[in-house]
Design a protein around this ligand. Structure first.
Ligand SMILES: Cc1cc2nc3c(=O)[nH]c(=O)nc-3n(C[C@H](O)[C@H](O)[C@H](O)COP(=O)(O)OP(=O)(O)OC[C@H]3O[C@@H](n4cnc5c(N)ncnc54)[C@H](O)[C@@H]3O)c2cc1C
Length: 490
């Protein structure tokens, strides 16, 4: 069996010593996500600079019997990139961040997988275009390849759903270092302009949480950048009304984004200067993007008439503040307003089931309130429209050590203030247990998870034949089970 020394040497030959880290501290740092769930430290972390280097790493690792796992911005929390074995080469994709082509005639962009959403958004803005879905709230750090693998949602998601819906083709490195393209990109002499060149092979690799291959580059549809963004906000009496209103707005697919704020997030906004929200603990907010003022205004007026059935209109500053800095909210999501750690469960529901699931989790939070109080654990209920689906993200917050990853992602003043919060393993284990219970409850309510990784149950909830196909594809693309073993339950 090959040793760690052999693989470190081989990968160093491919990418150069400055792009390999193998010290113990770094191996742990890169191998752990923010979920505090179990992981094995990778044998080394490699930073390839091209598809050729990436393919060579995978080829060599496969030959030496080492697993390979891709890590983008590391912003996920479902054990997606956490190695299942210490015989793993963890590939930090962020050096592969080139934007290869912006084609404003055929309206697609090709970006390397390690490009962040913020980098892509800014580069496209200079050309007067945008991707339809344009990134998660974590997009300052989260990469195009990570989001494609997790199928992330948020910016542009009200009208354009998740990132997978905007992708037209992929360049993927399979086990053994084989490289393939999907969609029209796979046809000789063809550009990546069309997703459905025969069956949808792109779809197989989106949302796979890295289990089927390593995305080297992603081709994404473009639209003309909207020149007008308008927004509206409404106060609603309670969570049930908020859920009903968002579901109804989602059915029209006009809002670029539509989301609800609960008392927890309202408090965050009030502390950030939006004092008027203090009178509205529950509220909904939506925006309309368009290339022309009259189109945006007509869309907004229409949605306002829908929303007016659920509550009174209020000041719309919230929408504009958010939208003006789409990737600036990392700190206010990653941590509570006093530096509390955050852990969510991410769930997708059909609109018809949203109210039931929301009521069940709200009721469960009420039931466990004494336990929450005992450990000073707080909760929030984040909701949004994702195309014609409902995104529900109940979260838990508690005081615990922030650690290097979180400290690095927040404002220096906040890091200075909160870096001395001590570790609290006892409360942490209560939180991890509650989080599992919450995921189970949502599973029982028929929720799906787009960020399966190694955290959520997948196989036990699948039909036999579908699971067999899922495994069959794995057998084809990764017969030795060396690409992110354990991800997607494979
Ligand atoms: C503050 C904060 C805000 C967030 N906001 C949102 C949000 O608005 N919407 C949302 O959907 N999620 C959100 N998330 C979750 C997370 O940021 C997203 O899922 C994001 O898409 C992850 O991207 P990443 O580059 O960090 O991927 P990583 O976390 O590095 O990886 C995610 C998964 O993708 C795989 N992967 C990464 N790169 C590749 C590649 N090139 N090829 C194959 N597999 C790969 C990994 O192995 C892993 O399984 C948020 C998280 C945080 C911490």
């Amino acid at each position: 069996m090959s040793t760690t020394e052999t693989i470190v040497g081989a990968v160093t030959d491919i990418v150069g010593g400055e792009h390999v880290v193998a010290d113990e501290e770094s191996r742990h740092f890169y191998s752990a996500d923010i979920s505090f769930e179990a992981y094995e430290p990778a044998a080394l972390v490699a930073r390839p600079g091209s598809t050729e280097e990436l393919a060579a790493i995978v080829e060599r690792a496969s030959a030496e019997g080492f697993a390979v796992v891709a890590r983008g911005g590391g912003m996920s929390y479902t054990q997606g990139y956490t190695p299942a074995t210490d015989r793993t080469v963890l590939v930090d994709m962020r050096r592969m961040n080139a934007i290869r082509e912006i084609n404003t005639e055929d309206m697609y962009v090709v970006a390397e997988a390690g490009c962040t959403w913020e980098q892509l958004y800014e580069a496209l803005g200079e050309e007067g275009v945008r991707t339809p879905y344009y990134g998660p709230l974590s997009g300052r750090f989260a990469t195009v390849g990570g989001a494609a693998s997790q199928n992330s949602v948020f910016w542009g998601g009200g009208a354009y759903a998740s990132v997978a819906d905007s992708i037209v083709g992929l360049e993927v490195v399979l086990s053994g270092g084989r490289v393939l393209h999907t969609g029209s990109w796979a046809r000789s002499g063809c550009s990546p302009f069309l997703r459905h060149n025969g069956p949808d092979l792109t779809g197989i690799f989106t949302g796979d949480t890295g289990a089927y291959g390593l995305k080297a580059a992603v081709a994404i549809r473009l639209v003309k950048a909207p020149s007008v963004s308008l927004g509206a906000s409404f106060s609603v009496p309670d969570f049930a009304t908020s859920t009903a209103a968002l579901s109804e707005l989602a059915r029209y697919g006009i809002a670029s984004e539509a989301y609800g704020l609960d008392p927890f997030y309202t408090d965050v906004m009030v502390r950030a200067g939006l004092g008027f929200l203090a009178d509205h603990p529950w509220s909904i907010h939506f925006g309309v993007d368009a290339v022309d003022e009259s189109i945006a205004q007509a869309g907004l007026d229409f949605l306002k008439r829908i929303a007016a059935d659920f509550g009174p209109e209020i000041d719309n500053t919230t929408v504009g503040v958010f939208k003006s800095n789409p990737f600036g909210a990392v700190q206010s999501i990653l941590l509570g307003p006093e530096g509390e750690l955050w852990l969510p469960v991410h769930a997708f529901l059909p609109l018809s089931r949203a109210q039931e699931a929301a009521a069940a989790i709200e009721g469960w939070f009420d039931d466990i309130q004494p336990q929450l109080d005992q450990h000073n654990i707080k909760t929030s209920l984040l909701t949004a429209a994702a195309g014609k689906d409902f995104l529900f993200e109940p979260s838990l917050y508690w005081f615990d050590e922030l650690g290097e990853f979180r400290l690095d992602k927040i404002a220096p003043e906040a890091a200075e203030e909160w870096k001395s919060i001590p570790a609290d393993p006892e409360t942490r284990s209560v939180v991890l247990d509650l989080r599992r219970q919450m995921a189970k409850r949502l599973d029982d309510l028929g929720c799906c998870h787009i960020q399966v990784g190694k955290y959520y149950d997948y196989e036990p909830l699948m039909e036999d034949e579908t699971w067999k196909l899922t495994q069959g594809i794995k057998q084809l693309v990764d017969p030795d089970r060396l690409i992110n073993p354990g991800s997607l339950g494979l």
